[in-house]
Design a protein around this ligand. Structure first.
Ligand SMILES: Cc1ncc(COP(=O)(O)O)c(C=O)c1O
Length: 388
């Protein structure tokens, strides 16, 4: 055990298990540990470090805003907060709407969950395998028994249906349903892509019953899939979209975005936050969005993501590769995901093993061709070393 691991174990709650490394600094898609060993970061803080590490545009925006105005209460407005809300609505391209800023994905979902209660209904239909966060409300919307059971009873009236099954969704939604909640691609499940037409069916079913369609784009949003939002391109217009993770490239922020009439559901006194909408976090998000636009990263993400998927799938020990853009999941021929993670780390690559058979990649959107090629070159040896 290193000194850091010992100090960590003695001072931090054991919520995450022992840390794999102690990281000291980063640049682009590279990070270095406290011993000076370099790793190529294919996890990006779990789909967070959109611009990688230490991007000058992000550093400058945060520094300049902190020097100018670091925090105000939500009794007051700031320009970055208004500009970011306007920008998110413009990127969504779904007409008028209203934004509530939070500090995380779970809080964005809490805000949306409360908003759905303002319809006068309480029933929510969510998907098995979905993940929406760890607060009691977000957990109530998350199906995984191991996460839920130690904390029951959770806020109720949530039904779970198999993800991707239109008929199951149609059967579960009634005139009492406040909202259907879905991830456009399930991230934590190991990058589960629904069948074509699933989101459109969810929209139809929601309309039939006067329910809201709420899309959790916390992991899939903000360019991760090569589109600003994963539901873009499906022709589906949601009522509520939640985002976080990559929004400010590592600066904590989330947003609950309600479109059309849903934007009026929360009224004064019904929700609040001290830090949500903090001007530094909003300036960081504006810098991330501006950089994605200026560096034309959506196109880069689409092209590089396809190359990575093709390269990873070329090895027969990989039985399936899924995902869009730089949100990539793959299935291994055997329950060796933990060994693949360890072998990759030993070879200088940070991956993620969300299930015993699945590997997930969610690298910075600025990942270079060379970084991607380095992983593909090392891939067969990583699988050998993992005993596959
Ligand atoms: C789809 C989705 N929703 C919500 C969350 C929770 O976000 P946070 O960890 O910022 O609370 C996550 C985190 O992994 C997520 O993937």
């Amino acid at each position: 055990m290193t000194t850091y691991q010992k100090r960590y174990a003695e001072s931090l709650m054991n919520a995450f298990g022992p840390p794999k490394l102690t990281l000291a600094r980063g640049e682009g898609a590279h990070v270095w540990d406290t011993d000076g060993t370099r790793y190529i970061d294919f996890l990006g803080g779990i789909a967070v470090n959109a611009l990688g590490h230490g991007h000058p545009a992000l550093v400058e925006a945060v520094t300049a805003q902190l020097k100018t105005l670091g925090h105000v209460s939500n009794f007051f407005a700031t320009e970055p907060q208004i500009a970011l809300a306007e920008k998110l609505l413009a990127l969504l391209g779904a007409g008028e709407g209203k934004v509530f800023f939070t500090n995380s994905g779970a809080e964005a979902n809490e805000a949306a969950f409360k908003l759905t209660r303002r319809t006068g209904r309480t029933h929510v239909v969510a998907a098995e395998g979905g993940f929406h966060g760890r607060t009691l409300g977000a957990l109530a919307l998350t199906s995984k028994a191991a996460y839920r059971e130690p904390f029951e009873p959770l806020p109720g009236d949530v039904a779970f249906v198999p993800y991707g099954d239109q008929q199951a969704l149609a059967d579960a939604v009634t005139d009492e349903t406040a909202a259907i909640l879905l991830e456009p691609i399930q991230g934590e499940a190991g990058v589960e892509v629904p069948p074509e037409g699933y989101l459109a069916a969810a929209r139809r079913i929601a309309d039939e019953h006067g329910s809201l369609l709420w899309l959790d784009e916390v992991q899939t949003g903000m360019g991760r899939t090569g589109r600003w939002f994963a539901h873009h391109g499906t022709g589906v217009a949601p009522d509520v979209v939640t985002v976080a993770k990559g929004l400010a490239g590592g600066f904590p922020i989330g947003a609950c975005i309600a479109l059309g009439a849903a934007g009026e559901l929360i009224q004064p006194g019904q929700h609040g936050t001290t830090f949500g909408g903090n001007p530094v976090a909003c300036a960081a998000a504006l810098a991330v969005i501006g950089t994605i636009e200026q560096e034309e990263l959506l196109e880069h993400v689409t092209v590089l993501g396809q190359k990575l998927r093709d390269g990873l799938a070329a090895d027969p020990r990989v039985t399936e590769v899924r995902g869009e853009g730089l949100l990539i999941g793959l299935d291994l021929a055997d329950e060796k995901a933990a060994d693949v993670f360890a072998a990759a780390l030993a070879a200088g690559f940070i991956l993620n093993n969300p299930t015993p058979t699945r590997i997930r990649l969610a690298p910075p959107l600025v990942l270079t061709e060379q970084d991607a090629a380095a992983l593909l070159d090392a891939w067969p040896a990583i699988l050998d070393r993992a005993g596959l």
